[in-house]
Design a protein around this ligand. Structure first.
Ligand SMILES: C[S@@+](CC[C@H](N)C(=O)[O-])C[C@H]1O[C@@H](n2cnc3c(N)ncnc32)[C@H](O)[C@@H]1O
Length: 258
């Protein structure tokens, strides 16, 4: 295994979190908000590396408790503030953060457009939203893949539409890339191990849907249809961003000529 990001609950990991901190220029005492912090791995990584102040929340109290315990155990308690919150209701003021972090599909869970709009309100001008999120790599995603990733409950964009949405809320993308295959392999290997472990009390529904997702990703072409998008986008209200060209799309070898 190439990475050891086992407290991350999605593709991605510490190196992306630290890159987000670096690209957004945070330093000692900068204010960071993390949406849907999961087990607190990213908040702890930022606190350790930058000595910044991290407010981090999740809807799941078990996640928040785990995050607090980890942070205190590692000695970052004075830098981190974990709390239970639904990200659809981010009612903590305006223009106070130097970085809003939304890793592991946080914006998918809370509603992408509303989440981006709210992040724009919460950030200081010129500061960044950093995200990792699942996207579609093509328009004609097969139905079994759509079903495995619960399209309908959630919505997914292509990269171009994602960029346009960020631009629509005055964000300028300063860095973007797709996560490597190793990030998916680490995540799915870890999830498979966890759902197979009888000590973990996951519901049967969760186990079944995770195993179906893994099967579809590796065996039914999921990996050619979904990707994990990493973007760092700067709030640039005072500087109009030139919008992406109409009809811009990712050319796939097998879609030439259509
Ligand atoms: C795939 S995990 C990612 C966690 C973490 N960001 C990471 O990358 O490891 C998604 C997280 O979103 C949280 N979540 C789901 N819906 C949410 C909501 N409406 N508000 C806040 N957190 C939410 C879940 O409890 C879970 O911890």
């Amino acid at each position: 295994m190439i990475t050891d990001d086992f407290d991350y609950l999605a593709p991605g990991g510490r190196s992306y979190t630290l890159a987000s901190g670096r690209l957004s220029g945070i330093k000692k005492n900068s204010r960071v908000l993390e949406i849907a912090c999961g087990r607190g791995a990213a908040a702890c990584a930022l606190a350790e590396a930058y000595k910044c102040r991290v407010d981090a929340f999740d809807i799941d109290p078990v996640m928040v408790e785990h995050s607090m315990e980890t942070s205190n155990k590692l000695g970052f308690g004075e830098f981190t503030n974990f709390f239970v919150k639904d990200g659809r209701d981010m009612d903590f003021g305006e223009g106070k953060y130097d970085l809003v972090l939304a890793e592991g599909g946080a914006l998918t869970y809370i509603g992408r457009e509303e989440g981006i709009a709210r992040a724009a309100d919460l950030l200081k001008e010129g500061k960044c939203l950093a995200l990792t999120d699942l996207i579609y790599l093509r328009d004609d995603v097969p139905q079994p893949v759509r079903d495995a990733y619960e399209e309908g409950v959630y919505t997914y964009l292509t990269e171009i539409r994602y960029r346009k949405l960020l631009e629509a809320y005055d964000f300028e993308v300063v860095f973007a890339s797709m996560l490597p295959q190793s990030a998916w392999d680490r995540y799915y290997a870890q999830m498979r191990r966890q759902v197979m472990n009888p000590k973990n009390r996951f519901t049967k529904d969760f186990k079944d849907s995770m195993m179906r997702e893994i099967d579809v990703y590796y065996n039914y072409g999921g990996m050619f249809s979904v990707g994990y998008f990493y973007a760092v986008a700067r709030l640039s209200r005072n500087k109009r961003v030139k919008p992406a060209g109409e009809g811009l799309r990712i050319p796939l070898a097998f879609s030439y000529g259509h």
